[in-house]
Structure formats: C-alpha cells, structure tokens
Design a binder for this molecule. Structure first.
Ligand SMILES: [Zn+2]
Ligand SMILES: [Zn+2]
Length: 271
C-alpha cells in the first residue's frame, strides 16, 4: 500500500469522500495524512478522519498564508482540538515568503507573524510528542531567507522532526535537513512537470530513509493530469516517477516510503 503523506481532504472541492477513498484504493493508495490549514477547515478535517478512520489520519495547524487571519481565540481552539484528537502530526504550518503580504500588513510584519506562529507550532508539537509538516516557499530570485528562517526555528526544537513538504530545494538544503534536523523531505506531482529537472535530481539522489510521497491534493495534479483536480490516488504516479528516476521497482519505493511514513507519523499498526 502507498501512503499520501500530505493532502487536504477538507477541501470544499471534494464533495464525496467515500468516492475519493474508493478511487484511491483502486490505485493502491490506502491511507492519507490530511492537513488542516485554518480555523475554517479544522472541524472538517477531523470529521473526515472520524468518518473514514481506515483512510484518513488528520493533522491540524495554521498555514502561513492564513496566520494573519487567525485570532488568539482560533489558536486556543486549535490547541484544544489538537489535545483532544489523535493527530499524525502538527501541520500544515511553515513560512511562505512567496506571496506578498495581505492588505494592511507590511512585508516585515507579515513575516514576523509567520515566524511567531511557526515557533508556536513547534512548541505545540513538542508538548504533544508529534512531528511537524512544514511548508516553505521563497520568492523566486530573492535568495533563501524563508528556508533559512524555518531551518533556524526548527533547530530550536531538536525533539521535533520536520518534513519539508513539496520539496523543491537544493541537495545542499536537503543534506542540512537530514544532518541538522533529523528531518525528511517529500515529493509531489511537481516532479512530473517539464521544468523541474533540479527537483528530479534531488529525488533520484535522496537517501532511502528520508524519502516520502505526497499529492498536496487538491493541488499539483501530476502529469498527464496537470491542472485537473488532484486526489490521493495519484500519489501512485509520483511513486512511479520516483521509481523510474531511482532505478528501483515500484514495490521497493512503496515499501520504503510507506515504512518511512509509518515511522514519521507514528501510525499504529493495523491502519
Ligand atoms: Zn504547502
Ligand atoms: Zn499543503
């Protein structure tokens, strides 16, 4: 079985989760780690996991793009939900310097807010004994401040392992994630896109014990379905691409990445 380690099944774009589950299982994808992103989707993320406990394991967090809209009351609510429910990890959180600050916020204030929230998430993960699903995205051509800031915060919490999801960084960055943070990286359908040669090289090289797969669905549908609504079943196409790039069999990639996901997300045997 394959595990989709990062998707958003609370998205309003999924009207019928039972159908998503059936279609994913038909493609060999039996389990998903569904990420929460804001107060608007926490309840739905948890409800999906309650409805399909054999298919969905939830995570909760505030996405960096949502933290300027998040109040202290929302945060308290999330912490309570995180304490009351079994989560795979704290996620999806992180830093995003790609998008401009929203109206009413300076760039500096927005980034400071994101860093404050990221520290809170690491503290929460540490308190709950969970790992963390991290989003980092730098502005194109503007250096790697986002990665460096996230890296520095992660270093303050050595007991919490991060996965840098939808990894599009360099091999040097990946090596630092492994050696300094005991972290992981995961790849999406982006590796099937035409202009992502550098990411394919990192996926081909990545040490076996650091590698995970994801769809980030409903986004980032792999080729030949680019631009369409994505769903967890298509992590099978990411697996096929990785197997090809690494010269390994599909079965090997499935075993490696599923074992890694089970360990990283502390999944109980039997699901
Ligand atoms: Zn993300
Ligand atoms: Zn995501």
């Amino acid at each position: 079985m394959l595990i989709d380690t990062h998707c958003h099944l609370a998205s309003q774009r999924y009207e019928d989760l039972a159908a998503v589950r059936e279609e994913s299982r038909a493609l060999g994808v039996d389990l998903c780690i569904s990420q929460g992103t804001s107060h608007e989707d926490w309840a739905r993320t948890l409800a999906g996991a309650r409805q399909f406990p054999d298919f969905i394991v939830p995570c909760l967090a505030v996405h960096p793009s949502d933290c300027t809209e998040t109040t202290d009351e929302h945060w308290r609510q999330m912490v309570q939900l995180a304490r009351e429910n079994t989560l795979a990890a704290v996620g999806e959180t992180g830093l995003d310097y790609y998008w401009d600050a929203p109206e009413g916020w300076t760039e500096d204030a927005c980034r400071a807010r994101q860093r404050d929230y990221l520290e809170r998430h690491f503290q929460l993960a540490s308190d709950l004994g969970l790992n963390i699903s991290l989003h980092t995205r730098d502005k194109v051509g503007a250096g790697q401040a986002c990665f460096e800031d996230a890296f520095a915060i992660a270093r303050e919490f050595p007991g919490v392992r991060p996965v840098f999801h939808c990894f599009i960084g360099t091999r040097v960055q990946a090596e630092r994630i492994f050696s300094d943070l005991d972290g992981m990286i995961s790849f999406t359908g982006l590796i099937t896109f035409k202009k992502t040669e550098a990411v394919r090289d990192v996926a081909a090289w990545c040490p076996e014990d650091r590698l995970m797969l994801e769809t980030d669905s409903p986004f980032l549908s792999p080729e030949p379905y680019r631009g369409q609504l994505n769903f967890p079943g298509r992590v099978s196409l990411v697996a096929a691409k990785i197997a090809h790039l690494r010269g390994q069999s599909h079965d090997e990639i499935e075993r490696i990445t599923t074992d890694n996901a089970r360990r990283f997300f502390h999944l109980p045997p039997g699901i």
